[in-house]
Structures are given as structure tokens and as C-alpha cells.
Design a protein around this ligand. Structure first.
Ligand code: GTP
Ligand code: MG
Length: 327
């Protein structure tokens, strides 16, 4: 999908602020494809961001994250708020695509103007996904959704590091995966603000709860002790408690002046990431343009060493000069 460059940016931004869902979908696609026009629209909307509570849900495949999100939408709607969802599927080559179960679940919100759901895959570069998600969340924030839920698969090594996006991270665990699969996975205990043990109707859930509780007892987490909440997404059990815990965590962040700090850290990181990516592209382009595969041949034939090469490429990029060829 393309948008005409003759389009007035202000009108795009205004339509987002006015809650036009079609425009929202179009701008998200721009962001997903890393189109500069999308970021230009975000520039204008930036002053309108910072109102939404960004909630990340992460956990192993099939843990019931989407089912929980669906129930949370219901709960948040019951409490009288609008809500937006970004379902991130790093493995999917399809944009805006979701598996059948997700489609059916999402379908029931299609007629509710207070709910906006969007799936994001990796149509562009895999590395660009995190940035696209981050930008999309900001857009939804500016569009006036007070709650933005972000569902991602996996923890730690995941392409989209949820901590980079969310104010509150809900780690979803399930019984039956074996303890080292989830609980002791590096980083999982540190990133969770809330632990949901879903599929609490299945055997073994009590053990997962006890394990999580004892690991949390050992750890240090400042003044916020992450709660462990059993849930059954299929029957809505525990969902109200989960949403209340999420709201409590937000209140905690605000009361302790941690929210601004957290968000600033994230924004700095995002600026650095985008800058690094831009410079990386620049350098790659530079040497491809000027040397083709010659530098690699030189390297292979030991006509140049990798350290000198790196130094030369860096100076070349920095000064805009040509790399000295070895004769
Ligand atoms: N018994 C039981 N099944 C559940 C529960 N929650 C979800 N499920 C089932 O688990 C399966 C996976 O649910 P999803 O919500 O798609 O899980 P997910 O974590 O979003 O999966 P991915 O996005 O593919 O990683 C579905 O068949 C659900 O019906 C639960 O609390 N108890
Ligand atoms: Mg899912």
C-alpha cells in the first residue's frame, strides 16, 4: 500500500487524532514497511503520546497469550476503556495475518469501535520489527487508546524485546512445559512485573505457581513484588485480578516517579537503535559502492588485515573520503 506524497502530513496526523481507523491501519503499514512517511507522521503526533499504559504479554508458544488478551479486552471494555492490541508474530512472513484461532477471537471485536487489533509480522527486515512495533505503539497511544496491549512470543532471545516497549510486562507461564523451559530461563524473572500462570485448570499449575513464588522471594525487585496470578483464559478465571494487578503496577510506577524514567530510558535506546541501523546501512552501502567484493578478496588474500580494514572504513565513512587502496 502506498500513500501519495502529495498528501498533507498534518491531515494524516489529524485523522489519527480524530480516531479514523482506516488512516490508523494505513499509517501502521507505513511504519511496518519502515517508510519515512510513517515516521514523519509520528513526528507530528509525538506531543500527543505518553497517555497510554503500554502492557506487554510474553510467554512460550501456545501458552494462551492471545486467549488471555481477548479476555483482557473484554475486562477493559467492561471497565469502560478503549483498548488497542498489537499481536507480534516474528515468525510470520505475512503482514496483518493471524492464525485461524486468533482470527475468530478477533472477529468478535470487529464491530466495537473501542477496540483496535493489529497483527504485525516480518514483511520487512527482521531487525526492523522491534522498531516498527515501538512506533506502532506510539501511534496507538496518540490515537487515544488508554490501554495498548502487545503480545509477543518468547522471552529473552526474542526478536522484540518486550521490555523495550512496555511499561508493564506480564510473563505468561503454563504447566507442563518442564521447569527449565520457562521459569529458569535467563532474564524471565527480571523482566516480569506480573506473572500469570495460565491453564491453571491443568495439572501441575500449582507447582509452577510455587516455583515462581519462591524464585520471586529470592530475588530483589525494589518496592514492587510481582504478583503471581493463576488464570484460565478459556473460562475467564483470574482475568479480572490480572487486569487489576496491571492497573496497580501502573499506579505504582506513577506514584514512585518511575514511569517517566522508564520511558526516557526506552526512548534513548530507540534513538540509538535507529541511529546505529542508519549508520550500519551507510557503511555497508559505502563499501559496496566503492569496492564491490574487492575488499573481501584483499582480506582473503591477506593484502589487508581486518583491523586496518575496519579502521579505514570507519575513517572513510566519518570523513566521506575514499578508503586508501593497498597497492
Ligand atoms: N486448558 C486450557 N487451555 C487454554 C487456556 N488458555 C488457552 N488455552 C488453549 O491453548 C491454545 C493456545 O492458545 P493461544 O491463545 O492461541 O496461545 P498463544 O500463547 O497466543 O499462542 P501463540 O501466539 O501461537 O504463541 C488454544 O487451543 C487455547 O484454547 C487455559 O487457560 N486452559
Ligand atoms: Mg497468540
Amino acid at each position: 500500500m502506498t500513500t501519495s506524497s502529495t498528501h498533507n502530513q498534518t491531515s494524516w496526523a489529524q485523522r489519527i487524532l480524530d480516531g479514523d481507523r482506516r488512516s490508523l491501519a494505513q499509517v501502521i503499514s507505513l511504519l511496518e514497511n519502515q517508510e519515512q512517511e510513517g515516521f514523519n507522521i509520528l513526528k507530528e503526533l509525538y506531543p500527543h503520546t505518553g497517555q497510554a499504559h503500554i502492557i506487554g504479554l510474553t510467554g512460550p508458544p501456545g501458552a494462551g497469550k492471545s486467549s488471555l488478551v481477548d479476555r483482557m479486552i473484554q475486562e477493559i471494555r467492561t471497565r469502560g476503556h478503549k483498548v488497542a492490541v498489537v499481536a507480534v508474530d516474528p515468525t510470520s512472513p505475512f503482514t496483518g495475518g493471524a492464525i485461524l484461532g486468533d482470527r475468530i477471537r478477533m472477529q468478535r471485536w470487529a464491530s466495537d469501535p473501542g477496540v483496535y487489533i493489529r497483527s504485525m509480522g516480518t514483511r520487512g527486515s527482521l531487525g526492523g520489527l522491534a522498531q516498527a512495533v515501538y512506533a506502532t505503539v506510539q501511534l496507538l497511544d496518540a490515537a487515544g487508546y488508554p490501554y495498548v496491549l502487545v503480545e509477543t512470543v518468547g522471552v529473552g532471545q526474542s526478536e522484540v524485546d518486550i521490555v523495550q516497549v512496555a511499561d508493564t510486562v506480564v510473563v505468561v507461564s503454563v504447566p507442563g512445559l518442564g521447569d527449565d523451559v520457562q521459569v529458569s530461563k535467563a532474564g524471565i524473572m527480571e523482566i516480569g512485573d506480573i506473572f500469570a500462570v495460565n491453564k491453571a485448570d491443568l495439572p501441575g499449575s500449582q507447582r509452577v505457581i510455587i516455583e515462581l513464588e519462591s524464585m520471586l522471594d529470592l530475588g530483589s525487585h525494589g518496592n514492587w513484588r510481582p504478583p503471581v496470578i493463576p488464570t484460565v483464559a478459556t473460562t475467564n478465571q483470574g482475568v479480572s485480578q490480572l487486569v487489576t494487578a496491571i492497573q496497580d503496577h501502573y499506579a505504582f510506577l506513577k506514584e514512585n516517579n518511575l514511569l517517566m524514567e522508564k520511558r526516557l530510558t526506552r526512548q534513548k535506546e530507540s534513538v540509538l537503535q535507529r541511529l546505529t541501523e542508519r549508520i550500519r546501512k551507510d557503511i555497508t552501502e559505502l563499501w559496496t559502492k566503492e569496492h564491490g567484493s574487492q575488499i573481501w578478496q584483499d582480506l582473503a588474500a591477506k593484502r589487508i588485515d581486518p583491523y586496518t580494514l575496519e579502521e579505514q572504513l570507519y575513517l572513510n565513512w566519518k570523513g566521506g573520503n575514499t578508503v586508501d587502496k593497498k597497492d
